[in-house]
Design a protein around this ligand. Structure first.
Ligand code: AHR
Length: 545
């Protein structure tokens, strides 16, 4: 399909020079020249069919999980400012960030890393005297350990999220990890429980998810798959959750290290872990296999996060769609060994990774967040949702000030990114039930990149209300979406859309609402919903019955 252009040359034909004013003619020519360089593009029609009577998999709310590593200003300054800070805080945790995160209903937070996790010794981060240690992975800076276990759990409590704790397999021991879980979760009067009480929390905490190592094939210890497997069995056996409320129901889910890409070494890794799982005995178990996949383009990351054009927009979106191939590939491997889909594929690190912003410490992974990232986030969330039977958890990297962040802070200032607003738009999809959407996406081509022009998902929430998400990838052309609905008698529809003037539009503290959602109107007629979505936009519509 081709865009419908109003041709400036046709307009030229009807323009007759007259003798009245050369100046008038010049003005006309200038107007036409501007028209010629900015083609007027009409929206193209796309038909969607939604069948609300055929419920699919649940879109697990944990797909909207976050990742907060001790890295750059992700924790310190981003979350933790300390009790004596002039920045408004509750027990050292900044209030503006908590308010913003509550609004996106963060389901879980993975902490303390990342590569940091395999060098983290939890006991240095509890009690009145904190050890000052090092963070050799990320800029070689000192780690004050002032944000430790109690502070992390307090942060989770303030934002209403569950804990995803990654334990140290690389440089720690099973004993250290098992004692951390005892400190966190036992209700018995052990020495560690008393220590927790003295640190301010007599009641046991809940730990919903346990990560057993991080990228153990690389920064987590350069292990072979077999070596990791033997570690996994030991940690799975001995790192217990003692919380009385998590014994029968709400049991802690154990997540093993999985692949970091599609290459044969990672296929072998996934095969090794899943094959062992198939015949596992009572003494060890896993509930998830992790997968990491960043949208980088080139390594080391060299794509700019601001000041780029349509070429880089199209290229990064092409790279990001490889998530579909990876998820399909590992789902198929997991199906071989776990056809009942007991083990979730947990994409616990994903997002765009660009060149560090100018003037920042390259070890702090600071980058801007643009309209491109909003489209990129929506495309990935839709891939996860469509694979909801297997992909039941994902954690974008990272929450604040690092990589594809939700939030950027600068001292007392806080900016919500385009990616944050995508997560806000998607809140109704948390724990909703996917329903099938069929459509011919058409194509958007720029240079040698061709992408599906639109993407869409639909789901019913627990109250039975139908929600649709439509991403218009095309940065130049709006789309007239016509939705044929089955299984729902639509009366009205309304929604919100996120778009911006340019593919690289960003929010800053001087212009915080450059990329922010706006209301969008949709029409319902004869059981059909029609809505016009702007170029490069992410739109969520709800249908009233
Ligand atoms: O998110 C940054 C880093 O990327 C993480 O620490 C590591 O797990 C991954 O390689």
């Amino acid at each position: 399909m081709h865009p419908v252009l109003l041709c400036p040359r046709a307009a030229l034909k009807v323009l007759q020079p007259d003798s009245r004013s050369i100046r008038g003619l010049l003005v006309s020519v200038m107007v036409i020249a501007a028209w010629a360089t900015t083609p007027v593009v009409l929206a193209q029609k796309i038909q969607l069919s939604v069948d609300a009577s055929r419920p699919g998999a649940k879109i697990d709310r944990n797909l909207f999980g976050q990742f907060a590593e001790h890295l750059g200003h992700g924790i310190y300054e981003g979350i933790w400012v300390g009790k004596d800070s002039s920045i408004p805080n509750t027990r050292g945790i900044r209030n503006d960030v908590v308010t913003a995160l509550k609004a996106v209903k963060v389901p879980n937070v993975r902490w303390p890393g990342g590569c940091f996790a395999d060098e983290y010794h939890w006991h240095k981060g509890v009690g009145p005297q904190r050890a000052v240690t090092l963070n050799p992975n990320w800029g070689g800076v000192t780690e004050p350990n002032t944000f430790g276990t109690i502070e992390f759990m307090d942060f989770l409590n303030q934002i209403g999220a569950e804990a995803y704790v990654s334990v140290n397999v690389g440089s720690g021991t099973p004993q250290e990890a098992s004692e951390w879980l005892e400190y966190l979760t036992t209700a018995q009067p052990t020495t560690l429980a008393k220590e927790r009480a003295a640190d301010g929390h007599p009641a046991p905490y809940k730990v919903a998810f346990l990560g057993i190592g991080n990228e153990s094939w690389d920064c987590g210890g350069n292990m072979s798959a077999d070596y990791y497997l033997s570690q996994l069995k030991i940690y799975s056996r001995f790192v217990r959750n003692f919380n009385p409320d998590q014994q029968d129901k709400q049991q802690m889910l154990k997540i093993a290290v999985g692949p970091g890409g599609g290459e044969p070494r990672w296929v072998d890794w996934a095969e090794t872990v899943m094959k062992a799982y198939q015949t596992h005995t009572w003494s060890w178990d896993i509930n998830g296999l992790s997968m990491h996949s960043y949208t980088v383009g080139k390594w080391p990351p060299s794509y700019a996060s601001t000041g780029f054009g349509e070429t880089e927009y199209a290229q990064m979106l092409k790279y990001t769609l490889d998530m579909e191939n990876l998820v399909s590939k590992y789902s198929a491997i997991m199906d071989t060994y776990d056809p009942q889909k007991k083990v979730a594929l947990v994409v616990d690190e994903w997002g765009a990774w660009y060149a560090p912003s100018a003037g920042t410490n390259p070890g702090f992974l600071v980058q801007q967040n643009s309209m491109r990232d909003a489209v990129l986030a929506a495309l990935n969330l839709n891939i996860f949702a469509r694979h909801g039977e297997r992909v039941r958890m994902a954690n974008i990297a990272q929450m604040i000030n690092v990589l594809q962040a939700m939030i950027m802070t600068d001292k007392e200032k806080m900016v919500l990114t385009p990616t944050y607003y995508v997560y806000k738009l998607y809140v109704p999809f948390q724990d909703a039930t996917l329903v099938p959407v069929t459509f011919d996406a058409g194509t958007y081509t720029h240079g040698d990149v061709t992408l599906p022009r639109v993407d869409a998902i639909a789901a019913k929430d627990s109250a039975g209300k139908l929600w649709m998400e439509i991403t218009n990838v095309d940065p130049n052309q709006a789309a007239e979406i016509e939705v044929n609905l089955a299984g729902v008698a639509a009366k009205s529809a309304s929604g919100e859309t996120l778009t911006a003037a340019k593919v690289d539009s960003v929010n800053t503290s001087d212009a915080p609402n450059t990329v922010a959602p706006k209301a969008i109107s949709a029409k319902v007629e004869g059981g059909k919903v029609t809505v016009k979505v702007e170029p490069k936009s992410v739109t969520v519509i709800s249908v009233e019955q």
